[in-house]
Design a protein around this ligand. Structure first.
Ligand code: DAH
Length: 345
């Protein structure tokens, strides 16, 4: 039959076109022109009404078979083209493992914070809790509760950055002791309080108007100066090793009685005397003492029953002595060349 031959010819023509398709757009064009409702093959369906019986059936079948064959051919070509595309993409995106890797820049942690962490590690391993006090303090906590009344000459050294007549940036971390004792309500205490302090000070190689301290406080029954000395010696040995010279000197603080100061042999001259240690061979790193009975009383402890020791460690001084930093100002300047030397391994 002439019509069936025509169908066959059309089918071969379309298949030949599909075979020639080489990419997605050319395939879509064939789909639009030859596989849609408006395609010449579909248009041939209109001849069906001219036919009868057997002829009608076999013509219909021929068209359906042709459509099916074309669809199959089209699907396999579609797959071939998409596989080829994936393959090309994979080849293009091959990773060259011989290329040098990207250099990720690792920052360092400022020694100020590394020292805080280390001090906290050492004391928490001895059973101390870490507590923090506020940077802005009242005159009452910063001075009065530390046994420094308004007429006390010890204020002269510390009267500094006032916010109002009665509030100021704390001049030491010691007021954190009073807050902790208030919270403890007469119970034993064993705490350290790291933080920043602010003081009117001439900025030089070992002084800054803003600096860090770690305050320590132990309160219990039968606490004595021997406990304080043993604790600080253990801390200093862990922080500086066995070889460093440690010196305890008697001193004075209004909130402790007796009071001591602790020096470490200078990182620059190792005890000989140089401009950094002002010729003394030592650098002071902490003040300490037995908590003054009046401080205990003001904080709700009976000094006949309870005693305690306290200490205040200068964070930058420890960092300087530990790492051999010759100028405290380097710690604050944010120079990456300096900070980078303190990358944690
Ligand atoms: N608060 C003192 C200061 O800033 C340091 C200090 C000395 C703290 C003796 C203490 C202490 O807890 O017992 O210089």
């Amino acid at each position: 039959m002439e019509l069936i031959k025509k169908v066959e010819e059309l089918k071969n023509e379309i298949i030949a076109k599909i075979k020639e398709a080489f990419d997605e757009p050319s395939l879509r064009l064939i789909q639009e022109n030859h596989l849609s409702k408006k395609s010449p093959l579909n248009a041939m369906m209109s001849h069906i009404k001219e036919l009868q019986g057997e002829e009608k059936a076999s013509f219909g079948q021929a068209i359906n078979n042709a459509k099916k064959e074309i669809a199959e051919f089209f699907a396999s070509k579609e797959k071939e083209i998409s596989d080829k595309k994936i393959q090309e993409k994979l080849e293009k995106e091959k990773i060259d493992i011989t290329l040098p890797s990207i250099d990720y820049h690792m920052g360092g942690i400022n020694p100020f914070y590394q020292i805080i962490d280390e001090i906290c590690d050492i004391f928490t391993s001895m059973g101390y809790q870490v507590k923090e006090g506020p940077d802005v303090e009242t005159d009452y906590f910063n001075f009065e509760r530390m046994n420094i009344p308004s007429n006390h000459p010890a204020r002269e050294m510390q009267d500094s950055f006032y916010i109002t007549n009665t509030t100021l940036l704390r001049t030491h971390t010691s007021p954190a002791q009073a807050h902790a004792m208030d919270e403890a309500k007469g119970q034993p205490l064993k705490i350290i309080c790291p933080g920043k302090c602010f003081r009117r000070d001439d900025d030089d190689a070992t002084h800054s108007h803003q600096f860090g301290q770690v305050e320590g406080l132990v309160i219990d029954k039968n606490i004595n100066l021997g406990n304080l000395k043993a604790t600080l010696e253990l801390f200093l040995r862990k922080m500086f090793g066995e070889k460093r010279e440690v010196r305890f000197r008697s001193s004075y603080f209004p909130f402790t009685e007796p009071s001591v100061e602790v020096d470490i042999s200078c990182m620059e001259c190792h005890g000989k005397g140089c401009p950094i240690c002002k010729g003394t061979g030592y650098i002071e790193i902490l003040g300490a003492g037995m908590v003054h009975p009046h401080v205990l009383e003001m904080s709700g402890y009976d000094p006949k029953e309870y005693s305690g020791f306290a200490f205040g460690i200068g964070i930058e001084r420890v960092a300087m002595l530990r790492y051999g930093i010759d100028d405290i100002r380097k710690i604050y300047q944010g120079d990456v060349r300096f900070i980078e030397q303190f990358k944690r391994m």
